[in-house]
Design a protein around this ligand. Structure first.
Ligand code: SME
Length: 160
């Protein structure tokens, strides 16, 4: 079986709708969280332009631990409240950071990162993981990117 989920859409709204459909197709019926995060990271990496990292940190006993991702090797453990991911996990609020160098406590895993979007993934009131995407371009992530990634996180919250 081959999977061809290549998405090329003219506008961000259409692209995120196609991306959400593709993700639903990939994860539906699969209960293995690692497999679902791995395919989600690959799909996001293949679809969104201008990324240098896309992946997950999981909530393991109140600490974020690196999950499946695409991009350079990254820091493995992040405490809640630390860095962009830790703030997203601690507050359960999306963090959309135009310029990571201006974010107090930003953790620079890849010096190429200039902007970042981190979306908490919550199920039954519990933080399961965060979705993290990084870009080498300052201000890469728009409100549409945020809304699109929130939708992806909703889909994933059911299968992680
Ligand atoms: N920059 C993140 C750390 C994770 S890497 O970007 C993959 C942070 O500040 O939490």
């Amino acid at each position: 079986m081959t999977y061809d989920f290549r998405i090329a859409a003219a506008d961000a709204g259409t692209m995120y709708r196609d991306l959400a459909s593709a993700l639903e197709g990939l994860v539906s019926g699969e209960t293995d969280a690692v497999a679902n995060m791995a395919n989600a990271a690959a799909l996001i990496w293949e679809t969104l332009p201008d990324l240098n990292w896309a992946g997950f940190y999981r909530n393991v006993g109140g600490e974020l631990v690196l999950g499946p991702f695409q991009g350079r090797p990254a820091c493995i453990r992040i405490k809640f409240g630390e860095g962009v991911c830790g703030v997203a996990a601690g507050t359960r609020q999306v963090q959309r950071v135009e310029d990571v160098h201006a974010f107090p406590g930003h953790i620079a895993c890849d010096s190429a990162s200039a902007s970042e979007l981190v979306v908490p993934i919550v199920r039954d009131g519990e933080l399961v993981a965060v979705l993290d995407v990084d870009s080498p371009r300052t201000g890469r992530f728009s409100e549409e990117d945020e809304a699109g990634c929130v939708r992806l996180a909703e889909i994933l919250s059911k299968v992680l």
